[in-house]
Design a protein around this ligand. Structure first.
Ligand code: PSU
Ligand code: MN
Length: 302
């Protein structure tokens, strides 16, 4: 296998790729900027453990000293979780981080890009970015990356509830991203199990997802299949309550003029506070369940 320049593989990921065993990519922005400490490091470790229990090898992706790391050693994972100077790197930031030797956490967009370049095919995350609410068209780079980067599968719980979900759904349709409901008929809404928005196909097993991946390969389609898994029922936040805390968080963001790359982390943190940790509980539960499903799919693809 050709190793792209600028990429470093952990020993564990290197071995798995050499032996053609299943690997699941994990993002690091959720660790560095999406979750409070100390749950962030605990969660990062737990997600890796869940992928291993599922029979696959975890490859958490981040940038350290300008090198793109595919799989982190324990000390590197601790650094990404603990440091306050880790940049949030979306695709547009990657060349800057590499050229300047930065440390950074990768978003869904840049993780998908790096995972594909590194030869991986399955990636698990919490919620993808999408079309933000408000007048300025603020569209996460996660969306175009899903449409163009050739990965087999991205597993998530839909787009984050802070977004304009109908507009995000339309964007995916326009750009030819097939949305799968994993055990569900509606696209999940991150902290909530349903959104009222349709999926393109329902799958109830890893084998059914693998059949869709095979069909995409046969058609030489680029981009990724988006497999959406609802948050586990016991951790779901009721839509009414969610709307309340979200409205407050959005109003606060506007008052404090929070925008750009700071908006998503700000909204997630405010909602966790205002919901007394309910949204945080949902976030942790869905991250774990998505890692589990991704490992099963990665195994089925081998
Ligand atoms: N989902 C979470 N927590 C997060 C994110 C997603 O549960 O922190 C991160 C992901 O890394 C995603 C990013 O790619 O937020 C989107 O940010 P933006 O809207 O600025 O593109
Ligand atoms: Mn944005």
């Amino acid at each position: 296998m050709i190793r792209p320049p600028g990429f470093n593989y952990s020993a564990e990921v290197e071995r798995a790729l050499r032996d053609e065993r299943p690997v699941v990519a994990l993002e690091s922005t959720v660790i560095a900027h999406g979750l409070p400490r100390p749950q962030n490091l605990e969660t990062a470790r737990r997600l890796e453990a869940i992928v291993r229990e599922g029979g696959a090898t975890p490859a958490t992706i981040a940038v350290v000293g300008g090198r793109i790391l595919v799989g982190l050693e324990p000390a590197q994972l601790e650094h990404i979780a603990a440091s306050r100077t880790v940049h949030k790197l979306s695709t547009r930031d990657l060349p800057v981080a590499v050229a300047r030797g930065w440390d950074g956490a990768t978003t869904v967009a840049s993780t998908a890009f790096a995972a594909a370049r590194a030869g991986l095919s399955v990636f698990a995350t919490g919620g993808i970015g999408g079309v933000h609410r408000g007048e300025l068209p603020d569209v996460s780079a996660d969306l175009p990356e899903l449409a163009r980067t050739s990965l087999a599968v991205v597993v998530c719980s839909g787009a984050k509830s802070v977004l304009d979900l109908p507009a995000t759904r339309e964007w995916l349709e326009t750009h030819g991203v097939t949305v799968v409901g994993y055990g569900c008929d509606e696209m999940p809404a991150f902290y909530a199990r349903s959104s009222g928005l349709p999926v393109d196909a329902r799958c109830d097993s890893p084998a059914e997802v693998a059949a869709l991946v095979d069909a995409r390969r046969a058609l030489s389609m680029r981009g990724a299949l988006l497999v959406t898994v609802p948050v586990p029922g016991e951790a779901e936040v009721s839509p009414g309550f969610l709307q309340e805390v979200l409205d407050e968080a959005l109003a606060e963001a506007e008052r404090e003029k929070v925008g750009g790359r700071d908006l998503t982390p700000f909204l997630l943190a405010r909602m966790a506070e205002q919901s007394d940790g309910a949204t945080l509980g949902a976030n942790l539960a869905l991250l774990e369940s998505n890692a589990r499903v991704a490992a099963q799919i990665a195994v089925a693809l081998k």
